[in-house]
Design a protein around this ligand. Structure first.
Ligand code: SF4
Length: 369
């Protein structure tokens, strides 16, 4: 199971109370004192007040890899959520330690699937279809225990950027793909593969028998999708797209594939956070771009692209509350603790689990195409 380092399990941030400018100076002083011993990784959805401290910004998988490559650093501070810090720990170099400023920074989507209900679903599926080869696939947004589960059962991890390749690979490997925890990414990937996005069967873990799925449909379909969702990306609607087009004729609408299928269908384009960032940069000056993803990233793109009108599809969106748990006061506390020689909030994945999770990540890296 996933564990926290001894002595660090219950470390609650002693959040300093001071005006933001003072905190910023203190945080930078501690950061400078740590020098190259420390690498700070920042996910694109992090708040502006902390992202400026990131040595590397990116999506979760890129950050985990880049943290491991920064072998000059023995400390890896992750500005992101828990599953990301776990992935960084799975891939880290042996001498590195991964720290998360707030251990309560979870992810709604990742928490839609847990190892117990996934194991139960797996047993039911394999019992119901004994002759079929079922390949489990998990989204990067999942716990290390689920990554280990798929590694142990011949499956792989995927990101929003390579989900289509992962699904094609899994379909070549077996008769059925069991994907968790994001139903919407699964549907949007089925559509990318030219399939009817509504044909995959949904597994609802709240239903005791076969996830509430019809056994005949299960027998006939090749993709089973876990009923899970991101509570940020499912706030986007087709109506918001219609309104954006009314207000900004010619607007380019880009949705993240964690959005519901009708939204992705109505958008002009869809893609991962890295894709969205690249596309906004590429669009000609004067373009209007409406984006369906977390507000912090969209607002940063707006600031970085002053020659374009960049806005969030949902103007009233609440930014991802778990990502926003990493605040300047907590970061200051973590940096000052590290500079004082204490290592708080260590995220550590059990070695056996990490080995299987690494295998699942390695299979993703080896995906054909
Ligand atoms: S935006 Fe959604 S998927 Fe990303 S961390 Fe927040 S809840 Fe999880």
């Amino acid at each position: 199971m996933t564990t926290l380092a001894p002595g660090a399990a219950c470390a609650l941030p002693e959040v300093p109370e001071a005006p933001p400018e003072e905190l910023r100076e203190r945080a930078w002083a501690a950061r400078r004192a740590l020098g190259t011993r420390l690498v700070v990784l920042g996910h694109h959805y992090q708040k502006h007040e902390v992202i400026e401290f990131a040595d590397i910004t990116g999506d979760s998988f890129l950050l985990a890899r880049r943290g491991a490559e920064a072998t000059h650093a023995d400390l890896v501070l992750f500005l992101g959520v828990y599953f990301m810090a776990e992935a960084a720990d799975v891939l880290r170099a042996p001498h590195q330690t991964v720290v998360l400023p707030d251990l309560g920074a979870g992810c709604h989507l990742a928490e839609c699937a847990d190892i117990f209900t996934v194991r139960d679903a797996w047993s039911q599926l394999t019992d119901a279809f004994p002759g079929r080869r079922i390949v489990p696939l998990t989204y990067m947004n999942s716990g290390a225990d689920l990554k280990a589960f798929v590694g142990e059962h011949g499956g792989a991890v995927c990101t929003s950027g390579n989900a289509e390749r992962a699904f094609r690979w899994a379909m070549d490997q077996g008769d059925m793909v069991f994907f968790f925890p994001d139903e919407h990414l699964g549907r949007n990937t089925a559509a990318r593969m030219g399939m009817d996005p509504w044909s995959p069967v949904v597994w609802d873990a709240r239903r005791a028998v076969l996830g509430g799925a019809d056994p005949d449909r299960l027998a006939a379909e090749r993709i089973v999708l876990w009923k899970g969702f991101c509570n940020v990306h499912t706030t986007f609607t087709v109506r918001q797209i219609d309104e954006a087009r009314e207000r900004h004729p010619g607007v380019v609408v880009i949705a993240h594939p964690e959005c519901p299928r009708p939204v992705v269908e109505a958008a002009d384009e869809d893609g991962s956070t890295e894709y969205i960032i690249r596309r906004v940069r590429e669009l000609p000056a004067g373009s209007a771009v409406a984006i369906g993803t977390d507000w912090n990233l969209v607002d940063r793109l707006r600031i970085q692209n002053p020659d374009k009108t960049v806005f969030c599809l949902n103007e009233h969106i609440c930014p991802c509350i778990t990502m926003n748990r990493i605040t300047l006061p907590k970061l200051t506390w973590a940096l000052e603790s590290l500079a004082a020689g204490e290592v708080p909030n260590v995220v550590r994945v059990d070695e056996d689990m990490a080995r299987w999770a690494r295998l699942a990540l390695d299979r993703m890296l080896a995906l054909p195409g």
